[in-house]
Design a protein around this ligand. Structure first.
Ligand code: SAM
Length: 437
């Protein structure tokens, strides 16, 4: 699918740009009516954007890519492939919508346009200007081009970014569109500009081969929309979901988040247990595209809503000794529509015993404070020792997943048989220790 000929057939004049960018035809214009031009435009959008298969990339750190690949397979997407950048897959835009809606672990989804070879800057300009951007880009959304070059004759990243930006503008100009103010205005406060969004174009030139990818997501996928408050050092929602996935928790046994903070792990657990898509409460960049199909998107969300469980089938408990943290977590959960699925407790986790709530063994997840003083012990290794002793004594038969900034700290838990997962978390290394007690 990724070949150059895909775009050669679209370089025809005469189709109408979206309303926001349409040039006013001169009064003596005897050309097609604006309704005809609108219809022609939509025909092109259907043929080039909606009906075609495209290549996509679900961006995700290597350490989590297998979890994301599994999610895609469960969505019925065939032929997924893990690459350096994430998980590659193909399909129509509907498939991209599904991944944005359903992936609990990916950071964002990119649409890769057909690649081409580039030897000189002029070639980059002309090949880019031949891409039918008017069917992809919303001229009300500011454009941000990010370039990366590796082992290529054209390797000045600033020049590459600038060239691509100019070529996109040229394309709009050549096709009879006014060049959008959103792309040229240094002050981006023009009334036509939708500042909630930025359309990222990622240009990668490697071994003289150029791939341009469009962001389809907008804000990072971990921003589900429910966590508008936190009390300190929250875990990314995507990481929380990945820890649950790595522990093999599927919403089929109880879960205790013993140091819940803003409630991320417990909330993600309910979303998973109730089969709620993590993206159900947010907007996506693809909704801004001229080729967006609101009916299809509504159908996908309606189908997902119809299949959700009305309540969590298992007990999910969130504990924090800090009253304010529990209040914030409850508010976050309420925004996600899952507060009633969680049993909340303001208590020292070291005093909590699962039999008090009649819980059968399940998973305990703990994200201890990073280097801050705890009430029990001013020394973090000491706190991990206390946690380990309490878990071994009170949670026999349970599985545990404990996050730690260093392996040494996690070793202080004193578990004899454990499994490690080392991964980056916003540039900071994180070690998750899994054990069955
Ligand atoms: C790193 S934060 C958890 C962040 C959480 N995963 C999130 O995403 O927001 C650690 C939390 O542990 C709580 N905490 C510390 N010691 C505790 C204890 N002994 N019992 C219960 N909560 C405790 C703190 O109040 C803090 O909210």
């Amino acid at each position: 699918m990724n070949n150059e000929k895909d775009y050669t057939m679209v370089s025809r004049k005469g189709s109408a740009p979206p309303a926001a960018t349409r040039q006013t035809p001169p009064p003596d214009d005897k050309g097609p009516s604006s309704a005809d031009r609108e219809r022609a435009f939509l025909r092109h959008v259907r043929r080039l954007v909606q009906a075609q298969e495209h290549d996509f990339l679900a961006v995700i750190p290597q350490e989590m890519a297998d979890l994301c690949q599994q999610e895609l397979m469960e969505l019925g997407i065939p032929d997924t492939r893990v690459s350096e950048a994430g998980v590659e897959f193909s399909g129509r835009l509907t498939v991209c919508m599904q991944v944005n809606l359903w992936s609990r672990t990916a950071s964002r989804v990119l649409c890769r346009l057909p690649h081409f070879r580039v030897g000189v800057v002029g070639e980059l300009f002309h090949r880019t200007a031949a891409i039918p951007w008017e069917y992809w880009l919303n001229a009300r959304v500011p454009l941000l081009v990010q370039a990366h070059a590796l082992r290529s004759r054209v390797d000045h990243e600033g020049l590459i970014g600038e060239t691509v930006q100019r070529a996109v503008q040229q394309r709009f100009h050549d096709r009879g569109f006014s060049v959008p103010a959103a792309w040229t205005s240094p002050r981006q406060d023009h009334e036509d500009i939708d500042n909630r969004w930025v359309q990222r174009l990622l240009v990668r030139l490697e071994n003289n081969r150029c791939v341009i990818s469009l962001d389809t997501t907008g804000r990072h996928l971990h921003q589900r929309g429910y966590r508008v408050q936190h009390g300190g050092t929250p875990m990314r929602e995507t990481l929380a979901a990945a820890i649950l996935g790595r522990a093999g928790w599927r919403g089929d046994r109880p879960l205790v988040d013993g140091l819940c903070g803003a409630g991320t792990l417990a909330i993600e657990a309910v979303l998973l247990a109730r089969r709620i898509p993590p993206g159900i409460g947010r907007e996506f960049l693809f909704e801004q595209w001229p080729g967006h199909q609101p009916k299809t998107w509504d159908y996908l969300r309606r189908t997902a809503r119809d299949a959700m469980f009305s309540r969590s089938p298992v007990a999910i408990v969130a504990i924090d000794q800090d009253r304010r943290a529990v209040r914030i977590a409850r508010e976050n959960a309420a925004r996600a529509g899952v507060s009633d699925d969680i049993r909340w407790d303001t208590v020292d986790f070291l005093d909590f015993r699962p039999e008090a709530l009649d819980l059968r063994p399940g998973l305990v997840v703990l994200d201890p404070p990073y280097g801050v003083r705890t009430q029990q012990d001013t020394d973090l290794a000491g706190f991990y020792r206390l946690l380990g002793a309490h878990l071994r004594e009170a949670f026999r038969g349970w599985q545990v997943a404990v996050a730690a900034p260093t392996p040494e700290l996690a070793r202080s838990l004193g578990f004899r048989r454990k499994r490690w997962w080392h991964l980056p978390h916003g540039g900071i290394p994180l070690n998750v220790c899994f054990a069955t007690l």
